[in-house]
Design a protein around this ligand. Structure first.
Ligand code: ADP
Ligand code: ASP
Ligand code: MG
Length: 422
């Protein structure tokens, strides 16, 4: 008997009919003799809609009450799914994150899992039932409050449960057939990847490929959980995210795994910074104090006449206002002239483990962008990734030309089954 954790994303349980379809699938897995734990997201765009509602009530909803509100979404889908499974003659019980033992720190909105005590889930399985767990939520022992794990966090719930229950596999069901060489919603000729290393998946997720949430990939890598990303709309094999043991690479590494786009970032330029030691430290201490997670940083050569330089960096748009306020406040202390804020940027990242041993990848990337007339504003690299910032409105074209330049285009168009891509 295998223990299978199945996670169904919002697009797979968007309406009553979808919930019944998913329930049938779960029942089939159970009847095939497996123990089944299901992690479910909120229906369709429910989380976004609850967020919009909160925004209409107060300008910047945060903290305890926002988490209370958002966790309601998963509570709805878990109960409906359990009802639907029971109606098909299989026992099912739903559990909130806290009932399922998802213990987190107290950081509302982006809590981290510190312990998983799935005793009730285990006993549900022992009694022959399917356990349904609300994704994306947890419980802090210190405050006694409900927390959320951050957007897309149901993936992490599934992986954490799979690790704690020593599941044989963690299946992530979504609205596309697996992980593709790029977002199939943006590039219809994206190619499905059969096997990808967790290292490459981590870079793709970090670079904006939201098919898997980065923390879930990290968690799976650390705990040796095998992920299978697949469609809830058909029975096609999806993508296996594997953790090759060091030194025994059991996949042939392609040069490039994929291309990711990220439109969630903004750019701040600190103009006229005195070019003397300590200024970057002051700027980024201020930025860190505002809680912003920065990504790329570029410092220009200073103008000889003024001995002043400009420093630009990218950060999530959601951190923009707070960071600008903190920097303005520190203007006299740092001694810069002005601040510029730009939300119209896009980031393209090319990811591939084969980059380590192949020269010429950046030359090919920059040539493809040049031939399409796309201007590069910032560049950053890691061992297996090259990222460039361009204007937001050129990013889709940029991804397409880069995808083609690296021979990633598929013969056939990818199928996108549901969802709104929101
Ligand atoms: P779910 O509701 O199942 O959590 P998400 O919307 O979070 O689904 O993630 C699935 C979506 O991720 C796909 O519909 C697709 O548009 C997008 N996506 C972005 N990059 C990729 C990629 N490289 N491979 C597959 N899907 C991707
Ligand atoms: N419902 C949450 C969200 O939309 C969590 C998830 O779907 O993974 O972010
Ligand atoms: Mg998701």
């Amino acid at each position: 008997m295998s223990l299978i954790v199945q996670k169904y994303g919002g697009s797979s349980v968007a309406d009553a009919e979808s919930i019944r379809r998913v329930a049938k699938r779960i029942v089939e897995t159970r009847k095939a003799g497996n123990e089944v734990v299901v992690v479910v997201s909120a229906m369709g765009d429910t989380t976004d809609e609850l967020m919009d509602l909160a925004n209409q009530v107060v300008p910047q909803p945060t903290g305890r009450e926002l988490d209370m509100l958002l966790t309601a979404g998963e509570r709805i889908s878990m109960a409906l799914l359990a009802m639907s499974i029971k109606s098909l003659g299989v026992e099912a019980r739903s559990y909130t994150g806290s009932q399922a033992g998802m213990i987190t720190d107290a950081q509302h909105g982006s809590a981290r899992i510190v312990d998983v005590t799935p005793d009730r889930v285990r006993s549900a399985l022992d009694s022959g039932a399917v356990a349904i767990v609300a994704g994306f939520q947890g419980f802090n022992r210190g405050t006694g409050d409900i927390t959320t794990l951050g957007r897309g966090g149901s993936d992490t719930t599934a992986v954490a449960l799979a690790a704690a229950l020593k599941a044989d596999v963690c299946e992530i069901y979504t609205d596309v057939d697996g992980v593709y060489t790029t977002d199939p919603r943006m590039v219809p000729r994206a190619q499905k990847i059969d096997r990808i290393t967790s290292e490459e998946m981590l870079e793709l997720a970090a670079a904006g490929a939201k098919v898997l949430y980065i923390r879930a990939v990290e968690y799976a890598r650390r705990h040796g959980v095998t992920l299978h990303v697949r469609s809830s709309f058909n029975n096609n094999e999806g993508t296996l995210v594997i953790n090759p043991v060091d030194g025994e690479s059991n996949v042939e590494e392609p040069l490039i795994a994929g291309v990711a786009a990220d439109l969630s970032q903004a750019k701040i330029t600190v103009v006229g910074v005195p070019d003397i030691p300590g200024k970057a430290a002051q700027i980024f201490t201020t930025v860190a104090g505002a809680g912003a997670n920065i990504d790329m940083i570029v410092q220009n050569v200073s103008a000889a006449a003024t001995s002043r330089t400009d420093i630009s960096f990218t950060l999530p748009k959601t951190d923009g206002a707070g960071t600008l306020a903190a920097l303005s406040h520190a203007r006299d202390a740092i001694g810069f002239e002005t601040l510029e804020y730009d939300e119209q940027i896009g980031k393209l990242s090319l990811v591939g483990a084969g980059m380590r041993t192949n020269a010429g990848v950046s030359a090919k990337l920059f040539t493809a962008l040049y031939e399409a007339g796309i201007n590069i504003e910032m560049i950053s690299t890691s061992e297996i990734r090259i990222s460039v910032v361009t204007r937001a409105d050129t990013i889709a074209q940029a991804v397409r030309v880069v995808h083609t330049a690296f021979d990633l285009d598929a013969e056939e168009q990818a199928q996108v089954h549901g969802g709104t891509g929101r």
